[in-house]
Design a protein around this ligand. Structure first.
Ligand code: LLP
Length: 413
């Protein structure tokens, strides 16, 4: 099972650090996300330690989980933020990040987002389009700004070992600029007088199964930078994997660092980890509403669904499903589904579980990343509550209250 020191059983009951999941559910209800801040901070610490031999700056990728409490906790621990929209910049600033510690990425930044980012003084623009350079330069001029730090995003045309929907570094992907375009831009860099071309950015995919394609991508970036001895920054994006399946052989932080650090000795390195910090710090808890045996299947229908956690429906992602009350009796293959009117609304397919009954609590593990942030109001389902267990492991609070039906209609005229 993909449990860890923070998400664990104690006397057959599931705990997040020292807090019983049942206790939280009794007070907050289901479905509910619960995050261990201690686990997130431990993951961050391990990444910092693994890369300590380099001049490394970590920019937590807010898209993985942008809850303000999560952001605030990580920012207070010294990270910057990788933001991919004006909204994420807004959130990161609300959470207290210094604007110069934000990197602003994204394949389609609107002019108003560019203006907002310049006004706020974000540290870096990761640029994916030549026209974007024109816009940033133009608005910087307009605001009397210069020396705007730019990292051009290279599409290195490598094949990442991951799910095709989250691979971003192959030639056919919409992301980045080709090596040829980057070489040309660098030759003409003086034409964007307000921009400071400091380095390159790569992000070849998420949940990477090995480090090979990352090494290839870094090499391509270094080749492009070779003629420019002043450009000494390489942002290598995110991608370090989380353990969704305890049997999977995946590179650890330490293996990642070991394999790529020798290539980057002379460089300042920016990292944008998201999943690897927050995925295994979070769980989604649901309650069994009904069970039924149908078409030779045992089905448990829970109040947690694809509107809370879309990853299984969207990527055939497998999240381990475990009961809150551990039960060692005989297991049966169970389909754990939600109430949403979609055949794809299956949280866990063919999960061996001791017989579930109405009212039982079940948990999808490793749900801290790309869970709540990708939730939706489909079927007019209010978004779930999010609870954090503090770094002391004992106190907890609701970091985002459950939406109400009134919230669902509040923005409509
Ligand atoms: N930097 C860039 C430019 C990215 O595009 C991403 C993720 C990251 C950093 C963070 O990557 P991480 O460390 O989390 O692998 N919704 C999908 C994942 C989409 C990832 C998008 N980009 C999922 O649920 O698997």
């Amino acid at each position: 099972m993909t449990l860890n020191e923070s998400i664990h059983y104690h006397k057959n009951k599931l705990y997040v650090d020292s807090v019983s999941v049942t206790e939280i559910v009794q007070s907050v209800g289901t479905p509910v996300y619960i995050y261990s801040l201690r686990r997130a901070l431990n993951n961050l610490e391990r990444i910092k330690t693994a890369f300590t031999a380099l001049d490394t700056h970590i920019h937590y990728s807010a898209k993985a989980n942008a809850n303000l409490t999560i952001l605030r906790t990580l920012i207070e621990d010294g990270v910057g933020v990788d933001a991919v929209s004006g909204g994420e910049i807004f959130r990161a600033l609300k959470a207290g990040v210094a604007p110069q510690n934000i990197v602003f990425a994204g394949v389609g930044k609107s002019e108003s987002e560019i203006q907002f980012a310049l006004e706020k003084g974000v540290g870096w623009f990761n640029v994916e389009n030549v026209r974007e350079l024109d816009f940033i330069n133009y608005y910087a001029e307009d605001m009397g700004l210069s020396g705007i730090k730019i990292a051009l995003r290279l599409n290195p045309d490598v094949t990442a070992n991951t799910h095709p929907y989250i691979a971003t570094g192959h030639g056919g992907a919409k992301f980045g600029l080709t090596a040829t375009v980057i070489a040309n831009v660098l030759k003409q860099q003086s034409q964007w007088i307000n921009l400071d071309f400091r380095g390159l950015h790569i992000h070849i995919g998420s949940q990477l199964g090995d480090t090979l394609a990352t090494q290839q991508a870094i090499q391509k970036a270094l080749d492009l930078l070779a003629p420019y001895p002043n450009m000494k920054t390489l942002n290598i994006g995110g991608g370090m994997p989380a353990q969704y399946d305890s049997q999977a052989q995946l590179p650890s932080f330490e293996m990642f660092a070991h394999d790529i650090m020798p290539m980057l000795r002379d460089y300042t390195v920016l990292l944008e980890p998201g999943r690897s910090i927050i995925a295994d710090a979070g769980i989604l808890v649901g309650q069994v509403l009904y069970t039924k045996n149908q078409a030779a299947q045992h089905i448990a229908i829970t109040d947690a669904s694809m509107t809370e956690l879309i990853r299984p429906a969207l990527y055939q992602a497998k999240h381990e499903i475990v009961p809150v009350a551990e039960n060692h009796s005989k297991t049966q293959v169970t389909q754990v589904v939600g109430p949403v009117c979609e055949t794809a609304d299956v949280l866990g397919r063919d999960i061996p579980l001791a017989t579930l009954n109405e009212g039982d609590l079940v948990v999808a593990l490793t749900a801290g990343a790309y869970g709540a942030v990708m939730s939706s109001n489909y079927n007019a389902r209010p978004k779930p509550a999010e609870v954090v267990v503090a770094a002391n492991g004992e106190s907890w609070h609701v970091a985002r209250r459950r939406e109400t039906w009134e919230d669902l209609v509040a923005k409509e005229i």
